[in-house]
Ligand binder design. Structure first.
Ligand code: C5P
Length: 229
């Protein structure tokens, strides 16, 4: 049975979260940013000094961790709450971005977060809401029954440029070359890991966002949704 959900996967910087958020607004759907959940756990592990290669310790930490989503902040971005603390900004820091793939490769961590993500989606779906979820394994693992699956890509250059602008807006100044290298490294880890690696689901529609505006991409997905729902 198909679910009234839209799964959006793809590499870092392809525009997933911006597109997913705008799409959800457009459709009145509930948006779940699964990357934020991995990022929040990573932030807590770094703060507590839990090593990112210690799977058992990370799973135990996750067991006493609540990640929730609140209403939009001043920039229209849904707030991410880590044990009720607003960490929306902090989870995007280079420190968290540099460690999150190491946390996300552990099967035990993934099993628990996938369980929570599915539960969240099914909760809203059963209440009659449409759900938009973005990440790396939504179409393949978290919501394989999603009615619409999109795989967003963009050239490495474009993805690095977008990420670089985002960091600059937040007052951080890595060089463009550093941003590109970090992005490439994170993609490599996400695509090469053993459990739920980043890959396009067989039935996903690939959209290359290079040179396209957010509106154009959102419209293309809305058309897919209208065809299939
Ligand atoms: O999407 P975002 O860049 O915020 O994701 C941060 C990291 O979380 C990814 O680089 C990946 O390691 C991990 N992630 C994942 N599975 C998801 C979402 C994110 O492994 N569904």
């Amino acid at each position: 049975r198909r679910l009234n959900a839209i799964a959006i996967d793809g590499p870092a910087g392809a525009g997933k979260s911006t597109v997913a958020r705008r799409l959800a607004e457009r459709l009145g759907a509930y948006y779940v940013d699964t990357g934020a959940m991995y990022r929040a756990l990573t932030l807590k592990a770094l703060e507590r000094g839990v090593p990112v290669d210690d799977e058992a310790a990370l799973v135990a930490l996750l067991g006493e961790t609540v990640v929730a989503f609140g209403g939009p902040n001043a920039e229209g971005v849904p707030t991410v709450l880590l044990d009720e603390r607003d960490v929306t900004q902090e989870i995007r820091s280079p420190r968290v971005s540099g460690s999150v793939s190491a946390v996300a490769r552990h099967p035990g961590v993934r099993a628990e977060l996938v369980r929570r993500q599915r539960q969240l989606a099914l909760h809203y779906l059963s209440a009659g809401r449409m759900v938009v979820m973005d990440g790396r394994d939504i179409g393949t693992v978290v919501l394989p029954e999603a009615r619409v699956k999109v795989f967003l890509t963009a050239s490495l250059d474009e993805r690095a440029r977008r990420r670089h602008e985002e960091l600059a807006r937040r007052g951080e100044r890595p060089t463009y070359g550093e941003t590109l290298e970090r992005l490439r490294e994170r993609d490599r880890k996400d695509a090469e890991r053993e459990v739920a690696p980043l890959r396009k689901a067989e039935d996903a529609v690939e959209i290359d966002t290079t040179g396209k505006s957010v509106d154009e991409v959102v419209e293309a997905i809305v058309r897919l949704v209208e065809e299939r729902l």
